[in-house]
Write a protein of this length. Structure first.
Length: 154
């Protein structure tokens, strides 16, 4: 039994679906990394504001102190806004990863089925070739070759 065109087509479709789900997963991971980088930047901005407030205490400059406090507040608000979004994207990454792994499994199942059919076909072809060789020898078994090269009938 040859591998049907529809089975080959199913394999191709499963491969395309796997590629699409992998691309969606990579996109979600990229979004997550960008948000995590933005959160780190906000945390660094908050540390910068604290250093600014500390430095203003030594110089007794009210404007520097206010600027430092505003940096801290802005960074805190930014971090507060980013954290729920990061949680959403983490859930999305998990869902897309599960979908990708499911598509990969589906493609591999079809690939395994195709391999089994091809292996069975190869076995059948091997048996057929062996049977033909055996038949060929059986047809020629009534003849024996003498030492001189002449064919003798037994």
């Amino acid at each position: 039994m040859a591998v049907s065109r529809s089975l080959q087509r199913l394999f191709e479709v499963r491969g395309l679906e796997e590629e699409l789900s992998q691309a969606a997963l990579e996109e979600a991971i990229g979004n997550l990394r960008r948000l995590e980088a933005a959160l780190q930047a906000a945390e660094e901005r908050e540390r910068y504001g604290r250093r600014h407030v500390s430095a203003s205490a030594a110089s007794a400059d009210a404007a520097d102190r206010i600027a430092g406090l505003e940096e801290m507040r802005a960074a805190s608000r930014q971090a507060k806004a980013l954290k729920p979004r990061i949680e959403e994207i983490e859930a999305e990454v998990a869902a897309r990863r599960a979908k990708f792994l499911g598509k990969r499994m589906e493609r591999r199942q079809v690939e395994t089925l195709i391999r089994k059919i091809e292996t069975a076909n190869a076995r059948v072809a091997g048996r057929r070739a062996q049977r033909e060789t055996d038949d060929w020898f059986l047809r020629g078994a009534g003849r024996a070759v003498s030492a001189g090269g002449a064919v003798e009938k037994s």
